[in-house]
Design a binder for this molecule. Structure first.
Ligand code: UDP
Length: 323
């Protein structure tokens, strides 16, 4: 049985990856420090013989006994609000954490795929963004801790490939949504759905003319799976090119939920990218991959998930103690 280590296993994407690799017959070792992850996302796996869980921070030395065939590095805070609250941990997991996992991959002869991000393009001056674009990032802005950690992550991953011959893969993930997103992590999909379900007005930042392109989680997981088993070394964008303004997106959520609430406008966060749309030509070519689930369908599944939360969970505002 093949053995895979998945970091960030209790998080949104990590938990879906655990499910996928369990279903593919792997022995899955999940790792998470639970700063932003939630064990509820993987509780259903604990009874399985081919799943084990390590409560560990990958910024510290990582040891896994036995053989390892693959590593997926998905540990990181991933919402702009989280980076503001825990900037140092965000930098460490992308840099020191990646270094530790590359060292582990080298030691075990394992293939490693790292979760990079569309944030490496920053506030892009090229539209849509293809993988050859170098990006426009403010290193010292509030998002810099995430963006630069991820850029460093790509560099060190390539260096381990070039100098140590480690089998590496780099996925540049664009905005992804679906069940198991944290209701109050501040990202726009759970924010709007949570507001609609609680009967609050939807908070659009700025004039809402900034765009995003949302990819449903099942499509994303399929893209990651294909990339891991491809022989392609350079970064690959994984995302859905269907672009929408945030203002129009708020209207879609109002319609979908049937809420009586309206849109209210708040200040635009510093360095909030104006436009974002993946160019997925490369993913189509090298992975034969493109998204299948359109936004109206994916948002329905996501709404069903959030409707299934208890009233207490739904009311709970985010007062996580990150210390
Ligand atoms: N946004 C918004 N209202 C919210 C939360 C987010 O208008 O309550 C906007 C945010 O300013 C950004 C977009 O939605 O332009 C996506 O934000 P998110 O935090 O989901 O991720 P980002 O793509 O910026 O990393």
């Amino acid at each position: 049985m093949k053995r895979i280590l998945i970091t960030g296993a209790a998080g949104f994407l990590g938990s879906h990856l655990c499910d996928r690799f369990i279903n593919e017959g792997f022995h899955v070792i999940g790792m998470d420090n639970l700063i932003t992850g939630d064990l509820k996302n993987i509780e259903h796996l604990f009874e399985l013989k081919n799943f084990e869980f390590y409560h560990h921070d990958v910024s510290k030395f990582v040891h896994v006994p036995g053989d390892l065939d693959c590593i997926l590095h998905f540990a990181s805070p991933a919402s702009p609000i989280d980076y503001l609250k825990i900037p140092i941990q965000t930098l460490k997991v992308g840099s020191l954490g990646t270094h530790n996992l590359l060292g582990l991959a080298k030691e075990k002869g394992a293939r490693i795929l790292i979760a990079s991000t569309s944030e490496v393009y920053g506030d892009p001056l090229v539209h849509p963004q293809n993988e050859d674009y170098y990006g426009n990032v403010n290193a010292i802005g509030p998002r810099g801790v995430y963006d630069e950690a991820k850029r460093f992550q790509e560099s060190i991953t390539m260096a381990y490939h070039t100098y140590h011959g480690v089998e590496t893969r780099i996925a540049r993930i664009f905005n992804t949504y679906g069940p198991r997103m944290r209701l109050n992590d501040g990202r726009v999909v759970p924010a709007f759905i949570g507001q609609a379900l609680r009967g609050e007005d939807l908070t659009v930042f700025g004039e809402g003319l900034q765009t995003r392109s949302f990819c449903y989680v099942d499509d994303l997981i399929e893209g990651i799976y294909r990339l891991l088993f491809s022989d392609y070394i350079n970064p690959v964008n994984i995302g859905n090119p269907d672009e929408i303004t945030i203002k129009d997106f708020a209207e879609e959520i109002i319609k979908l939920t049937g809420t009586e609430q309206k849109v209210i406008y708040k200040d635009l966060p510093v360095n909030d990218p104006l436009q974002r749309q993946p160019d997925i030509t490369r993913a189509k070519k090298v992975l034969g991959w493109e998204p299948k689930v359109d936004r109206s369908e994916g948002m329905k599944y996501t709404l069903d998930y959030f409707k299934g939360l208890s009233p207490k969970e739904l009311r709970k505002s985010e007062h996580r103690d990150f210390s």
